[in-house]
Design a protein around this ligand. Structure first.
Ligand SMILES: [Zn+2]
Ligand SMILES: [Zn+2]
Length: 210
């Protein structure tokens, strides 16, 4: 497949490159209703960790190594971390091929398409994030320089509260401790016996609380 990205429309176009891929596209158009989610089923990647194939139920996107990998990785991240990949319908390319038009999700405020996984996870597009009357609450945050930590984020659109420049930068170990103390989630960078015992204790505690 050749994958192209349309920034203004917030869409990806999946263009088949062989008769076999033409049939895959036809099959999706026959079996999936527009606006439906394509269920993610995993990926293959090359030695440097770039996706070469992303699988959905009854369908896969395969690209030759090192070709348009930014887009296939974006599609994989949307499908895996975000709200999935959604079929919009078909489009015809300049050379007459039927291609699939997809997006990552839909904005709950304006209904527009979203292709950033961080935004699709919260179903709020970037324009609507700008207009949001943020209401910050405490919870697990991830992304950027933080693998996981406790921070303030908006419960409506999901953006993190900008850091106070005077605030001391928490060391990674302290952040992990805060996640464990406040959220009961264990963060381990190395699997030791101690970590394993703590995980079992937390799991038991969680089972009692549930
Ligand atoms: Zn919006
Ligand atoms: Zn907000």
């Amino acid at each position: 497949m050749l994958v192209t990205r349309n920034e203004a429309q917030a869409t990806f176009t999946l263009i088949p490159q062989s008769a076999d891929e033409d049939r895959k596209v036809e099959r999706v158009l026959r079996s999936v209703a527009p606006k439906s989610r394509l269920t993610y089923g995993g990926r293959d990647s090359d030695a440097s960790g770039r996706s070469t194939r992303v699988t959905f139920s009854g369908f896969d996107i395969t690209v030759p190594p090192a070709e348009n990998e930014p887009f296939i990785d974006q599609i994989r991240n949307i499908a895996y971390f975000g709200a999935g990949l959604h079929l919009l319908g078909e489009t015809t390319t300049d050379n007459g091929r039927i291609a699939l038009l997809v997006t990552g999700g839909f904005c709950k405020v304006c209904g527009g398409n979203i292709i950033e996984w961080g935004r699709s996870e919260w179903a709020t597009c970037s324009a609507c994030v700008q207009k949001c009357q943020h209401q910050y609450e405490k919870g697990a945050v991830h992304g950027g320089n933080v693998d996981i930590g406790v921070g303030l984020f908006c419960g409506i659109c999901g953006v993190a509260k900008p850091r106070d420049p005077d605030e001391a930068v928490m060391m990674q170990a302290d952040r992990h401790q805060a996640v464990s103390d406040e959220l009961g989630i264990l963060v381990a960078t190395e699997l030791t016996e101690e970590v394993l015992l703590e995980a079992i204790a937390l799991a038991k505690e969680h089972a009692r609380a549930a």
